[in-house]
Design a protein around this ligand. Structure first.
Ligand code: FAD
Length: 348
């Protein structure tokens, strides 16, 4: 029988690790404390194949995107609820430099296959609702994962699975990273930004970034079924409201929403959207970013029972399922992890 694995933390990383390890026949003990600053409860879950400033194709996109879509489709067919919303990304070109970058990408087959011109409805949206003096284009292959919805479905599924023990009492000490660690079976640490306080993982070059976004009601609807990406992104929601964000700051990770962030968000939304809007709420979380901005997966080089899945950064919905698959294959078969995501890069 395969060993029981303990997963510490149940945000996206914990949920992806649980999915892959169960699929491989492991029993699980899952330990989760919802602590201030967790990213997943507020994660907008967007996937954008050309997310960089210069519209370059995302790193390992051809591997990560199919793994992500496969994971979300499997969860949707298990629960019968829509969780991943495929949407074109209406990208606003910021300035002349970006306009030149766009022309270069149009000539590169790898990037060009993700780019198209706006449809008539999207052109109307740009003309009437957006501020886009340098134009806009559409990226295929984007969308957003309903992250809280996905986690809720996964929590329900796992809590009713007899192979899974949820917050079993013997793992309570794991919630305190300085406490003694158990010697039974491997542990996968999925603590998000809080891994920076865990002495096991102090070698990792953690660089967490606090982020805030607002839920808003747009005075005039966009009238195009898109995610807008400009000085601010605008993510329309099924209930007719929209998310607008997000900020990046590198301090005060445990504090709640701030007035400074609100000012920035209002300014950026006004620079993107040409109309009135009402602010309904403000949300905050901490992205688990590491210095080289790649996921962090693998085995602790000195503590062989300890594994990690972290560093999902600003792109957990895209890279998490792929990194979790590689982690599970490494745990089960000893399959080597790609050098760029292997945690051992921080222990050399
Ligand atoms: C404002 C904002 C915007 C974002 N936008 C996007 C986006 O558009 N697209 C995208 O893909 N990603 C986005 N992200 C990033 C994405 O949400 C994260 O990459 C992802 O949610 C990280 O998941 P995680 O499980 O690693 O960490 P978390 O979600 O933080 O989960 C960690 C969990 O572990 C628990 N925990 C920690 N330590 C312990 C312990 N010792 N014992 C027990 N439990 C513990 C925490 O309480 C928490 O529940 C955004 C994030 C933020 C904050």
């Amino acid at each position: 029988m395969k060993p029981s694995v303990t997963i510490v933390g149940f945000g996206l990383a914990g949920a992806f690790a649980a999915t892959e390890l169960l699929r491989r026949g492991h029993r699980l003990r899952i330990v989760d404390d919802v602590r201030p600053g967790a990213a997943s409860p507020v994660g907008p879950g967007q996937i954008n194949p050309l997310a960089t400033r210069r519209f370059r194709v995302g790193w390992k996109l051809d591997e990560a995107l199919p793994a992500a879509l496969d994971t979300y489709r499997a969860a949707e067919s298990a629960c019968g609820e829509p969780l991943y919303h495929a949407r074109p990304i209406l990208r606003i070109v910021k300035d002349q430099t970006q306009a030149e970058d766009l022309e270069k990408r149009r000539d590169e087959p790898d990037a060009a296959r993700w780019i198209r011109d706006p449809s008539p409805a999207e052109q109307q949206c740009i003309a009437n609702r957006l501020r886009a003096p340098f134009g806009a284009f559409v990226t295929y292959g984007g969308g957003w994962l309903d992250v809280p919805g996905y986690l809720e479905v996964m929590r329900r599924t796992l809590q009713s699975d007899p192979r899974v023990h949820w917050n079993p009492p013997e793992t309570a000490m794991l919630r305190e990273p300085f406490a003694a660690l158990p010697d039974s079976g491997p542990t996968v640490w999925c603590e998000g930004w809080r891994a920076r306080h865990n002495p096991l993982w102090r070698n990792i070059d953690h660089n967490p970034a606090k982020g805030e976004w607002m839920r808003v009601r747009l005075g005039e609807p966009l009238r195009a079924d898109v995610i807008v990406n400009g000085p601010c992104w605008i993510q329309p929601l099924p209930d007719g409201t929209a998310r607008a964000g997000a900020t990046y700051t590198w301090s005060s990770f445990e504090s709640g929403p701030t007035a400074d962030a609100r000012i920035t968000l209002v300014k950026n939304l006004a620079a993107t959207y040409n109309g009135p809007f009402e602010i309904l709420s403000q949300h905050v979380g901490v992205r688990p970013i590491v210095r080289d901005t790649r996921p962090v997966a693998g085995r602790h080089p000195e503590q062989p029972d300890h594994w990690i899945l972290n560093g999902l950064g600003s792109k957990g919905a895209l890279y998490g399922p792929w990194a979790a698959r590689l982690l599970a294959a490494a745990m089960d078969e000893g399959a080597p992890l790609p050098r760029e995501i292997d945690v051992t890069r921080y222990f050399r």
